[in-house]
Design a protein around this ligand. Structure first.
Ligand code: SF4
Length: 456
């Protein structure tokens, strides 16, 4: 590029990012927006106003990839009308599909894999004006955790990545292939990031990793998730600390004790069971039994009596019989989860489970899926009803999506609460003055998904 030629950042080019998939992807998008804004780009929320459209993608199911291909197909027209428009595919699907994306969608300019996010500004700069295609899916790159703390969707809450990748190789899962081997981020970097977030008004952090329970593996010294929680608990300004996702195989008493003893660590666990049948757990290569899982839940509930637990389940895994499924139903009944994500199994190319015959008929998968959804909804409705008459602490996040005169937030146990002022109370400063504050709410009504209350 000549010395006086203008770069994208000089022009403040507008970038739009659409995110598919999990929290990890949302955080990657947030970090990418931060790094691009730092370089002078402007982030826009309207795709039509953008000079650069980036799709941050998910590969967990074939369906997720089809969705991205269909989005790319529908962007073809926009690219034809505006040949300067830059189209990029980022993340898991970029890593997994690689060059195939260029073959199917020749109007795409950039394929940027999971370990190349930190090079995004440089890669876009390289495409600048040339309309060339760049494939960046180097598996040896180290992932950068750098962030611009002021660039995040909610001022009071933030995700903080503490590790990347996964070493577990569950038989149905593509994540270890697209995200790479597990590695933990140094404690000092995490502490510095959390301190910067609190300086910027953040009250709640959620530590993110595919398997946060094994945090510290490969780092020098006695570094564990429990130790990290202790260090973060002493940072002034932070009110709440959460962490996801907890693999049952690596759940140990120390972590549950940290939840019990550290005042800022919230009483909520996301610990996916996936199935209640030992036979299926073994085929899934989950490395625990249903008995062990139940013992962990028991230990969690005895150390932290008000803990809530969330889970993921897969129904219709190859070879799942009615008896196997009944084991899952009984696990769900006994644990009484706060909420569950339930998926119908579909083979994922590249994973070990594709060698197993996908022999559960679609109709059976649908039926089992519905049974679990209904059961979870009944449990949540019953447990939420029990909350009526109680007072809960809520971190206020903003106005309710369905009624702007009301506010919404979450309890420490991750329940969603929508609340209003008592009748006759002055409206002055309401609701904006409460955003980001911890308030006590009296619960007066509930559904399976939401608690409704009045501020104390
Ligand atoms: S723990 Fe299993 S399901 Fe979770 S990301 Fe790793 S391989 Fe996938």
């Amino acid at each position: 590029m000549s010395k006086d030629s203008k770069t994208y950042k000089d022009f403040g080019k507008k970038v739009y990012i659409r995110t598919f998939g999990c929290q990890m992807n949302k955080l990657d998008s947030e970090l990418s927006i931060g790094s691009l804004v730092r370089e002078g780009y402007t982030f826009v929320e309207d795709e039509k106003a953008a000079d650069i459209i980036l799709l941050n993608t998910c590969s967990v199911r074939n369906k997720a990839e089809h969705k991205v291909y269909s989005q790319l197909g529908s962007l073809r027209n926009q690219k034809e009308k505006n040949p300067d428009l830059i189209l990029g595919v980022l993340g898991c699907m970029a890593q997994n599909e690689g060059e195939k994306i260029f073959r199917r969608m020749p109007h795409v300019n950039l394929i940027c894999g999971t370990r190349e996010f930190s090079r995004l500004p440089t890669l876009l700069e390289e495409i600048n004006g040339s309309n060339k295609q760049i494939l960046a899916i180097n598996e040896d790159e180290m992932v950068s955790f750098d962030r611009l703390v002021t660039q995040r969707p909610n001022r009071f809450k933030a995700f903080v990545s503490i590790m990347r990748g996964c070493d577990n190789y569950c038989s149905y899962c593509i994540v270890p292939y697209v995200r790479g081997r597990e590695f933990s981020r140094p404690v000092g970097d995490i502490i510095n990031e959390v301190k910067s977030l609190t300086d910027d008004g953040c009250k709640e952090i959620t530590l993110l990793g595919q398997n946060v329970n094994s945090y510290g593996k490969g780092l020098n010294g006695n570094i564990t998730l429990a130790n990290l929680l202790k260090k973060l608990n002493s940072i002034e300004g932070i009110e709440r600390i959460r962490f996801v996702t907890s693999h049952p195989r690596d759940m140990i008493k120390d972590i549950l004790e940290a939840i019990s003893e550290l005042p800022k660590v919230c009483e909520n666990l996301h610990m996916p069971a996936q199935s209640g049948s030992d036979r299926i757990l073994e085929k899934m290569r989950r490395q625990y039994t249903s008995t062990h899982y139940r013992e962990l839940v028991e230990m969690a509930k005895s150390l932290v009596p008000d803990i809530t637990i969330a889970s993921d389940f897969i129904v219709g895994f190859p070879g799942e019989t009615e008896d196997d499924f009944e084991d899952t139903v009984s696990l769900m009944r006994d644990v009484r989860y706060q909420n569950c994500f339930i998926f119908k199994y579909s083979p994922r190319t590249g994973t070990a489970a594709t060698e197993l015959k996908d022999d559960v008929p679609e109709e059976t998968k649908r039926r089992r899926n519905q049974i679990l959804l209904d059961l979870q909804s009944d449990i949540s409705a019953e447990d939420n009803k029990e909350m009526i008459g109680k007072s809960v602490e809520v971190l206020v996040e903003g106005t309710s999506k369905t009624d702007e005169s009301k506010l919404t937030g979450r309890t420490r146990q991750n329940q969603i609460v929508v609340f209003s002022l008592p009748e006759g109370r002055s409206q002055e400063g309401w609701p904006s003055s409460l955003q980001g504050k911890l308030v006590n709410i009296n619960i007066v009504d509930s559904t399976d998904l939401t608690l409704f209350g009045i501020i104390n």
